[in-house]
Each structure stands twice: as structure tokens, then as C-alpha cells.
Design a protein around this ligand. Structure first.
Ligand code: ADP
Ligand code: MG
Length: 265
């Protein structure tokens, strides 16, 4: 077995099952276009939530709202019991407030978003310095531990262009995990990958999921979704249409969810 299949991350068993993210009537407008039309969603600690829905239904916007990459237009966003949205608008959240939230909520993007001019190690170390305020030496030491966990320590000195897409995404996952977030958001993490590279990223995500990390995952990989989704949320046109537990994939209650699952399966 490689390091990354045997790795385990720290869970937070004492608080398992209590809410970490609570969205209430979250709305988001871009100009005239209302993209989120009142989303209610609770994510409990230790849970894996899968977000599904057709393109344009608002999945990315919802994820981006949770870490204030897109501040909501209205509604309540509680993370770890703290309100991060009620005061916006009229005033924007302060940089300190956003930084505080980003320490709690990590994110992995479809396009990896690694810095091309930095090695894998430095990509992981950078936010440890800027967000966690670690010294350079401590940041690099911690970054090495995280790269080891995703099975990429031997690639620490490589630049993104020298890594496959799957390896780049695993570096991005290591970077997010290094900050020790309370919840990790994934926005279609395998959609930009060649098919043969999808498996290694899903394998890494499986290890993270099994470690007790709380995850919110947007994916069209239905097999994977079925495997990890404790809670499955189907969105369409800016609304949550249906929410289900483990039975969701076999017993959709709404026609829209059933048809969607059938089409992407
Ligand atoms: P999904 O991730 O489910 O495909 P998105 O959240 O990306 O959906 O997009 C939902 C809708 O919001 C789409 O109609 C999209 O064009 C629109 N949208 C997303 N981001 C912006 C933006 N920054 N400005 C204007 N419209 C946007
Ligand atoms: Mg999207």
C-alpha cells in the first residue's frame, strides 16, 4: 500500500454530528439574475454532502458562497456557529473576517489553481505562511507531511507543469488539508481530468472522506457520489429540489432528480 491509502487525518469525533455549516434562505443575485433563490442547507460535522444538478443550477455559486468567494445577497451563513453573511450588504466583510472563515473552510477547484512558478512543496507551504502564519521552515515541514499523505512526497520539487493533472489536483487537495479546515469544499474536482486520471483523485478524496473530514462535493461521478454521500442534495434553477440520504440514488422522489441521475449515470 502507498502512503496515501494508509494515511489518516484527524477527525473531530467529540463534535461529530453537530452543525458546522448552516445556510438559511441564502440568495445570490448577479445584477438582475437571481442564481440562488433561497437555499437552506445544514452540513453536520463528519458528514459528506454531495451537491448534484444540471449545469447552471447554482452549485458552484453555492459552494463559493460558503467561503465568501461570492458573498450572498441575503440570508444567513453560519460556520462553526459564527455568522458570516448577515452583515453583507451593505458593508463588505472585513479582510480579517474572511481570513477567519477561510481557516475553517477549505476549497478544491476544478482547475487546481496551483501557482505555476512554484514547486508542489511551495504551493502547499504558501497558504500555511499567509493563512496560518507559520514560519518558512515550519510551513515547509508541514507541507512535506501533507504531500506524503497524498502520495506525492517524491514530487515535492516538481513544478505543476511537470505533474499530471491528477497529481496537480492531489497537490491542491494537500494544500487545502494542510490548513486543517473544519470543512472542505470540492467543486467538480475531476471534471478537468483525462478519464484515466480521475481514479487517483477519487482515491485520495475517499481517504479524506474516511478520515472523518467534513466535505461538500459537487460531482457528476455518480458512482463516487453514491459511495461517499451521506447527504445528497439535488439542485435545479437555484433551488434545492430534493435532499436524500444513502437511498437517494435508488429512490429519488422527484421526477427531475430521477431523470438527472438516469442521464449522468
Ligand atoms: P453550476 O455550477 O451549477 O453549473 P453556477 O453556480 O456556475 O452553476 O452558475 C449558476 C448561474 O449563475 C449560471 O446562469 C451562471 O451563468 C451564473 N453566474 C455564475 N457566476 C456568475 C457571475 N460571476 N456573474 C454573472 N453570472 C454568473
Ligand atoms: Mg459549477
Amino acid at each position: 500500500m502507498t502512503d496515501h491509502t494508509t494515511a489518516s487525518y484527524e477527525g473531530r469525533p467529540s463534535q461529530e454530528g453537530t452543525p458546522i455549516v448552516e445556510l438559511t434562505d441564502i440568495k445570490k443575485q448577479f445584477g438582475e439574475l437571481e442564481v440562488l433563490k433561497g437555499i437552506d442547507l445544514v452540513v453536520n460535522r463528519g458528514e459528506n454532502v454531495v451537491l448534484l444538478g444540471p449545469s447552471g443550477s447554482g452549485k458552484s455559486t453555492l459552494l463559493r458562497t460558503i467561503n465568501l468567494l461570492e458573498p450572498p445577497t441575503s440570508g444567513s451563513l453560519l460556520v462553526d456557529g459564527e455568522e458570516y453573511a448577515a452583515f453583507w450588504p451593505p458593508s463588505k466583510p472585513s479582510a480579517n473576517r474572511v481570513l477567519e472563515l477561510r481557516r475553517k473552510v477549505g476549497m478544491v477547484f476544478q482547475q487546481f489553481n496551483l501557482f505555476p512558478n512554484m514547486t508542489a512543496l511551495d504551493n502547499v507551504a504558501l497558504p500555511l505562511r499567509s493563512v496560518r502564519r507559520l514560519s518558512k521552515a515550519d510551513a515547509r515541514e508541514r507541507a512535506a507531511v501533507e504531500l506524503k499523505r497524498v502520495g506525492l512526497i517524491e514530487r515535492a520539487g516538481h513544478y505543476p507543469a511537470q505533474l499530471s493533472g491528477g497529481q496537480q489536483q492531489r497537490v491542491a487537495i494537500a494544500r487545502a488539508l494542510a490548513l486543517d479546515p473544519q470543512v472542505l469544499l470540492f467543486d467538480e474536482p475531476t471534471s478537468a481530468l483525462d478519464p484515466e486520471l480521475v481514479g487517483e483523485v477519487l482515491k485520495t478524496m475517499r481517504v479524506v472522506a474516511e478520515s472523518g473530514m467534513t466535505m461538500v462535493v459537487v460531482t457528476h461521478e455518480i458512482g463516487f457520489a453514491k459511495e461517499i454521500g451521506d447527504v445528497n442534495v439535488f439542485m435545479d434553477q437555484g433551488r434545492v429540489v430534493e435532499t436524500g440520504g444513502r437511498e437517494f440514488y435508488d429512490e429519488c422522489r422527484t421526477d427531475r432528480a430521477r431523470e438527472f441521475i438516469k442521464a449522468v449515470r
